[in-house]
Design a protein around this ligand. Structure first.
Ligand code: NAI
Length: 369
């Protein structure tokens, strides 16, 4: 474990356990990857894991991703992640969430603000509200709101940056108009992105296993296709907003888009896919940069506390900074004749090592408390 921590440059792993009044054993891991830029912020997953090791791997990999995301979003924020391991054989509905998240809130509080928790797979706003009664270090309780709108705003900024870059433009007007977009997933983020693209004159092709969402999309003018074919639709921009690992060795040669730019985490099955996309001339917007809007929203709301009067415009301006960050990465990759993911990772590491967020782009207007 220590070797793995060292190879990932992981700062600390905190392990907690308890037994509930129903005699269920709960375990939690809080992974702090890097706190040089500020306190670590990252969601809390609450899942059944087949093996303890998978839970540690998940926590560490996700915490590292959060460090990179925060560094390239120019946030004075570190990267962390929590996982709660649900006991084997206990159904979700049998879990005493009041007890579980009261306990987890105390675990977070015991780290004295080094880690700020938030919602993730398997946790809901109600759970965050329970945590908030034990600690103030929580960034997605109901008083803060849904980050999906901010994530969608960031995805729109990223799509514009990628289209402009491909056309040799910068901050052009109406670059969406007349372009075709294939959206995988009409959930919290995908639905908002799809509607905004339509509003700005884009043609939207979409797929979602949820028929109700597809009907609603069709009523607004989207072309609905089946989930198997969405990734290979001819389009200007493929917008993955559903699952991870969707671009892989078996489909990378079949993609019929010029750009891949969406919100889903870990869109590429592995780093080598970035190279294949580059060889095919497909521009890829690294997921942890383009989907940082939700993190920016949560971190700024958390830092502001109750003093939120001036914040909306500041948050929006900061999220718009995703355009400049991506533009910078695209240009660097072109100059260095290197793949975009590698350039992004190197820049993130450089910022983490320097311990300072960049002050260069207009998004850099914020310092977390
Ligand atoms: P969501 O759960 O609301 O939406 C996902 C949608 O994808 C659902 O409508 C689901 O039916 C659909 N879907 C599932 N399998 C599919 C398939 N094979 N083909 C097409 N559609 C499929 O999730 P949300 O919040 O919209 O997030 C989307 C992605 O963006 C996730 O990967 C998430 O991790 C990532 N993300 C979300 C953020 C947020 O603020 N919500 C922030 C950063 C990343």
């Amino acid at each position: 474990m220590f070797k793995r921590m060292q190879s990932m440059q992981m700062k600390a792993l905190h392990c907690f356990q308890t037994v509930s009044p129903e005699s269920h054993e709960y375990r939690a891991i809080i992974a702090l990857h890097n706190t040089r830029l500020g306190p670590a912020l990252g969601g809390c997953r609450c899942l059944h894991y087949d093996h303890e090791q998978s839970a540690f791997d998940d926590a560490m990999r996700l915490a590292q991703g959060m460090s990179y995301k925060a560094a390239l979003a120019n946030m004075a924020q570190g990267g962390g992640k929590a996982v709660i391991l649900l006991p084997k054989g206990i159904a979700l509905e049998d879990i005493n969430r009041e007890h579980l998240f009261t306990w987890f809130g105390r675990c977070v509080e015991s780290l004295n603000g080094q880690y700020i928790t938030a919602m993730d797979v398997g946790t809901q706003v109600n759970d965050m509200d329970i945590i908030a009664r034990q600690t103030r270090h929580v960034a997605s309780a109901s008083n803060i709101g849904d980050p999906a709108q901010s994530t969608a705003q960031g995805v729109m900024a990223g799509i514009r940056a990628a289209l402009d870059f491909n056309l040799g433009l910068c901050h052009s007007e109406n670059v969406i108009d007349g372009k075709t977009f294939a959206i995988q997933g009409l959930g919290h983020v995908g639905w908002r992105v799809a509607k905004e693209l339509l509003r700005q004159g884009g043609q939207v092709i979409a797929a979602d296993p949820d028929e109700e969402k597809c009907w609603q999309g069709q009523a607004l003018g989207m072309t609905i296709v089946d989930v198997q074919s969405i990734l290979i639709q001819p389009c200007d921009v493929l917008v993955p907003c559903a699952l991870g690992g969707v671009v892989h060795a078996d489909n990378v040669m079949q993609l019929a888009c010029k750009i891949v730019a969406g919100s889903a985490n870990n869109q590429l099955a592995h780093d080598g896919i970035a190279e294949q996309l580059a060889q095919r001339g497909i521009l890829y917007a690294p997921d942890y940069i383009i989907n940082a809007g939700g993190l920016i929203f949560a971190a700024m709301q958390y830092a502001a506390g109750d003093d939120k009067v001036l914040l909306d415009s500041q948050i929006k301006e900061k999220i718009e900074g995703i355009y400049d960050t991506l533009n910078e990465i695209f240009q660097l990759a072109q100059i260095q004749d290197s793949n975009i993911n590698a350039v992004a990772n190197a820049l993130a590491l450089q910022r983490l090592q320097s311990g300072k967020p960049s002050r260069q782009n207009k998004g850099a207007v914020y310092d977390a408390a």
